[in-house]
Design a protein around this ligand. Structure first.
Ligand code: SAH
Ligand code: MG
Length: 198
């Protein structure tokens, strides 16, 4: 892949305040995924394709990433970026709302990266659990949402997001088939490994 182009894409996204994956979060995911050599990754929330492009480095030979984005302009930008770094054959973009697209998917994934509307995390989890392979990993970014999630913060317009992120943490923690860690890297990262088949 073209690393110079990737750096340009990253800088441009940062300038435009697009919430791309933070370096420390990516580093942790790299540690997990380089070992797994995933054949198939599902990403919910493509934005301009930055994280998906980074994940192509962790894929097994012939591995593929399916990624979902609902904003038309971002999808167009992502396609452009993916072409620039020459990873078109490794990334497959679904354009539309993940709430509608996920139920239509029937693949099995080695890893899922949840990085979209926080109010929908419990739904994204449910769909991810349906498609994750045994021993697969579900990552959820922004799980601590600026620290709101673990504080008694609940009077704000972000209240629904915070409630749903708390619900997500509760569900992954209580699911006997998952082994979960919540890390304070970036904006918070939940890492849940599927212990066995449901
Ligand atoms: N993963 C990207 C950043 C994603 S930002 C990276 O690290 O490079 C979150 C993106 O999710 C935004 O572009 C937003 O438009 C998209 N999004 C939010 N809710 C969504 C939904 N329900 N369906 C599809 N995309 C969604
Ligand atoms: Mg994020």
């Amino acid at each position: 892949m073209n690393k110079q182009e990737l750096e340009k894409i990253k800088q441009k996204a940062l300038e435009e305040h697009i919430p791309i994956i933070m370096d420390d979060t990516l580093e942790i995911m790299e540690k997990y995924l380089k070992e797994e050599k995933p054949a198939r990754i599902l990403e919910i929330g493509t934005a301009v394709g930055y994280s998906a492009i980074c994940f192509t480095e962790f894929l097994d030979k012939d591995g593929v990433i399916d990624t979902i984005e609902r904003e038309e302009e971002r999808v167009a930008k992502a396609r452009e970026n993916i072409k620039k770094v020459e990873v078109e054959e490794k990334i497959n973009i679904y354009e539309g709302d993940a709430v509608e697209i996920l139920p239509t998917l029937n693949e099995k994934y080695d890893a899922v990266f949840i990085d979209a509307a926080k109010g929908k995390y419990p739904f994204f989890l449910k769909e991810s659990l349906r498609m994750i392979k045994p021993n697969g990993i579900i990552f959820a970014d922004n799980i601590l949402y600026k620290g709101y999630v673990l504080s008694d913060y609940n009077k704000h317009k972000q209240r629904t997001a915070v409630r749903n992120l708390r619900e997500y943490i509760k569900e992954v923690s209580e699911n006997p088939n998952l082994e979960t860690e919540i890390l304070e890297v970036g904006d918070g990262l939940a890492i849940s490994r599927m212990k066995k088949q449901l």
